[in-house]
Design a protein around this ligand. Structure first.
Ligand SMILES: [Zn+2]
Length: 373
């Protein structure tokens, strides 16, 4: 919302963004044409976050689809209703073609139905190489390796081994949320331009939330399909995972905002969650501030004599990631939230280690702890 003098009215952080449709959003199986030829639809998620936004882009006599929703019967039914409503050819029924199936990144809510849609619509998957590889790889992980690797990693970082074991006892949950991603794909690279319905969409790659997340930028009409890279109300999960324990995803994430530096603040942003908005640079600034505050809070918890730490002989606080989670998350966390919280905490610890504020090492009790450098 804008105030009378044209500057954003600042109440809560998200109020400083402009939501062109207010709180309006498409109901299940309905669409809103958010820009000429760009149709916004929503699919359900059964998490605290209860929806994902997807996009249908008019493309000549057909449509390109951006992202797919989770593999749920309910989502499939909603897609079929949309195809009937838009007269889209599917499952042998004649109609308008789907020219491309574009997926921003490998997370289940984005790629979950790509395999199903790809077959049903006889189209092709367009995706960056790393996201395709991640989707293919994670689908094939065995339950046992997934369970053991994750549980050991979280125990190394200070979570009680029994809790870590229980947390990941479900094994490969990724495979249960996605249809097998298509074997054949068309590779998207940073800087590629896709011509869709008379618009030129440039691929801008973001990192940190996912390794090679594709965003679509139309400079002609100032529209950004931002995926999860830039969200208006929440910040995307930035986590260190067992598969790459030395990663510094927060450094990657904040660094990749440089790829968005040239975008005008009044561009229309179409995010995967919550509402379309204007104010992309404002929002990037808010997200950077959000992480800066958390980094300060976290490093403050390592200050000499901190009551949260167990001081060593020198009196310095030494904390594992599990010890440090309450510094970042002050609310009670259930088991599912704890998984994400540990990953996020590790991402912030890795950032502080990377900039030289903290040093981590393995203690004789087999737990990795950090202290001030
Ligand atoms: Zn995501």
């Amino acid at each position: 919302m804008s105030s009378a003098n044209g500057r954003p009215a600042r109440n809560r952080v998200e109020d400083s963004l402009d939501y062109p449709l207010g709180k309006r959003r498409p109901a299940a199986a309905e669409t809103i044409e958010i820009a000429a030829g760009v149709h916004w639809l929503r699919m359900p998620l059964h998490f605290q976050l209860d929806h994902i936004n997807l996009w249908l882009l008019e493309d000549g006599d057909g449509y390109a689809i951006v992202d797919t929703g989770l593999q749920l019967d309910e989502t499939k039914e909603l897609w079929l209703t949309i195809f009937r409503r838009f007269g889209i050819a599917h499952g042998g029924k004649a109609g308008k073609p789907v020219t491309r199936l574009i997926v921003t990144h490998f997370h289940p809510d984005h790629i979950g139905l790509a395999g199903w849609l790809n077959d049903l619509l006889d189209t092709e998957l367009w995706i960056t190489r790393t996201e395709w590889l991640m989707a293919r790889m994670l689908y094939l992980d065995s339950d046992a390796v997934n369970h053991r690797s994750m549980a050991d990693f979280y125990a190394l970082h200070g979570l009680a081994p029994e809790l870590a074991d229980r947390m990941f006892s479900g094994g490969n949950t990724y495979r249960r949320r996605v249809a097998e991603a298509p074997f054949h794909h068309r590779r998207l690279c940073a800087g590629d331009v896709l011509e869709i319905g008379g618009r030129r969409w440039e691929i801008i790659v973001g990192t940190g939330h996912a390794p090679e997340h594709a965003c679509l930028w139309c400079a002609g009409d100032d529209i950004l399909i931002s995926g999860d890279q830039i969200l208006p109300k929440i910040t995307p999960n930035i986590s260190v995972w067992a598969s790459e324990p030395d990663a510094s995803p927060l450094e990657d994430y904040l660094g990749s905002f440089a790829n968005f530096a040239g975008l005008p603040d009044d561009a229309l942003v179409l995010p995967s969650h919550n509402l379309p908005f204007r104010g992309v640079q404002t929002r990037i600034g808010q997200i950077v501030d959000h992480h800066r505050v958390r980094l300060e809070r976290l490093s403050g918890g390592f200050a000499d004599g901190s009551p949260d730490g167990s001081p060593d002989d020198s009196g310095r606080a030494r904390l594992s990631a599990a010890d440090a989670v309450p510094l970042l998350f002050r609310r009670e966390l259930d088991t599912h939230q704890m998984g994400f919280a540990m990953g996020e905490c590790l991402a912030h610890l890795a950032y502080l280690e990377g900039e030289g504020t903290l040093t981590g090492r393995l203690d004789p009790d087999g737990i990795h702890r950090f202290e001030r450098t």
